[in-house]
Design a protein around this ligand. Structure first.
Ligand SMILES: Nc1nc2c(ncn2[C@@H]2O[C@H](COP(=O)(O)OP(=O)(O)OP(=O)(O)O)[C@@H](O)[C@H]2O)c(=O)[nH]1
Ligand SMILES: [Zn+2]
Length: 217
């Protein structure tokens, strides 16, 4: 089992990928954050003191607390509880269609989609919900889809030390649909494989088939 959070450095870079608790920065006060929202409202062209907008800085700051809660969470801790009673189970475990909401780090605009995760356990398995929680931790940070895909795969790989991990994310980036190039409904698909999913084309193909198979009930 992995060491507890306090024993580890806050930042963990693995093959250049940040998979720990994220950068340690000094956060500004809530008042400062609310003031920044008032500045943006004025920049947009409205009056921050107008009645309908007076509580908006407080609401936006609270929404940020939710959107970016992943900076306060440790993905290693999420996976730290494992079970070894799997009665000889010897095949992949896959979670398909994990809903995902994140924010792109370039525009701070949502991208929304689904993650599919499989791993091939060695002697230990993790609670199924914990894989979805790892997605949540990384999604609730400013992200690129590529980085998040790699972070999820590398974290599971490092903590569970399975025979392999496969992650696929499909998402629609609102920074491409509601602004900029304005192409709605473009699906961005990213994958990351480790271990047998990287080395064995048959296992990779099996994952891809399970992830993309449609028309299931
Ligand atoms: N690779 C990658 N790019 C992303 C992601 N989210 C947003 N982007 C892209 O980030 C790029 C930023 O490009 P810039 O030219 O710096 O910014 P911009 O002028 O706002 O670009 P446009 O979106 O083309 O208007 C855009 O091409 C976005 O589509 C992501 O998760 N991964
Ligand atoms: Zn963007």
């Amino acid at each position: 089992m992995d060491a507890t959070a306090k024993d580890r450095p806050a930042r963990q870079l693995y093959a250049g990928i940040e998979i720990g608790r994220g950068p340690q920065i000094t956060r500004p006060s809530r008042e400062k954050a609310e003031e920044a929202v008032r500045t943006l409202i004025a920049y947009a062209g409205d009056d921050p003191q107008r009645e309908g907008l007076r509580d908006t800085p407080r609401r936006v700051t609270s929404a940020y607390d939710e959107f970016f809660a992943g900076y306060s969470e440790d993905p290693f801790e999420v996976l730290s509880r494992t079970f070894d009673e799997v009665a000889g189970y010897d095949d992949i475990v896959m979670l398909r269609d994990i809903e995902l909401h994140s924010h792109c780090e370039h525009h701070m605009i949502p991208f929304i989609g689904k993650a599919h995760i499989a791993y091939f356990p060695t002697d230990r398995v993790v609670g199924l919900s914990k894989l979805a929680r790892v997605v949540e931790v990384f999604a609730r940070r400013l992200q690129t889809q590529e980085t998040m895909t790699a972070q999820i795969a590398e974290t599971i790989d490092r903590v569970l030390k399975p025979k392999g991990v496969a992650v696929m994310i499909e998402a629609v980036h609102q920074c491409m649909s509601i602004r900029g190039v304005r192409k709605p409904d473009v699906a961005t698909i990213t994958t990351q494989f480790t271990g047998i999913f990287k080395e064995d084309p048959a296992q990779q193909a099996r994952f891809m088939q399970l992830a993309t198979e449609r028309g299931r009930s």
